[in-house]
Design a protein around this ligand. Structure first.
Ligand code: PNS
Length: 162
């Protein structure tokens, strides 16, 4: 059995993430969606529990996918759970440098390989950070995120800030 790892902050999960996870679940027997406990990039908008709950609602239909959280190094988590490969979505050249660096670092630390899946064109402009920003200022993100996420965002940002 081959176990694939889809790691991320998922703050919040977008349609782009769901697409990559669904495609990964078609390629591998067992998929672990690994939610990082403390995202480094920003103060997270949603708590770990909220991020996990929204993911569960968005990908609960995939029977070979588990959602777990991790802290520390991804490669240590991969080793602990016997994951064989890391799978990431690649949007554009802007993603490439950093993703390549992380893939090489993880390979050098542990030998684990990273495979990239190209993002579907309709999702290529999507990122959690842009979705957060648009939602914060009252923009409509309902076509960009699973409906439970749109609901959570509307609750979090009931009206645009002054
Ligand atoms: O959704 P994101 O924020 O792009 O996900 C980034 C993530 C969580 C996959 C990455 O930051 C990560 O793997 N962090 C764990 C710490 C780690 O292993 N750092 C070394 C990476 S080379």
């Amino acid at each position: 059995m081959v176990t694939a790892l889809c790691p991320g902050s998922f703050d919040p999960v977008t349609n782009g993430h769901v697409d990559i996870i669904e495609r990964t679940a078609r390629l591998f027997d067992d998929v672990i969606v690994a939610v990082i406990r403390n995202p480094q990039k920003t103060q997270s908008l949603f708590s770990l529990e909220e991020r996990q709950e929204m993911l569960a609602e968005a990908i609960g239909h995939l029977s070979n996918v588990r959602i777990l959280y991790f802290k520390g190094l991804l490669v240590d988590f991969a080793r602990e759970y016997g994951a064989d490969v890391i799978v990431k979505g690649l949007r554009a050249v802007t993603d490439f440098d950093y993703e390549m660096q992380m893939a090489q670092m993880n390979q050098s630390l542990s030998g684990i390989e990273t495979l990239f899946i190209s993002t579907s064109p309709q999702n290529s402009f999507l990122s959690s950070s842009l979705v957060r920003e648009v939602a914060r200022f009252g923009g409509d993100v309902s076509s960009m995120v699973p409906s439970p996420v749109a609901k959570h965002l509307a609750e979090r940002f009931p009206s645009p800030p002054e």
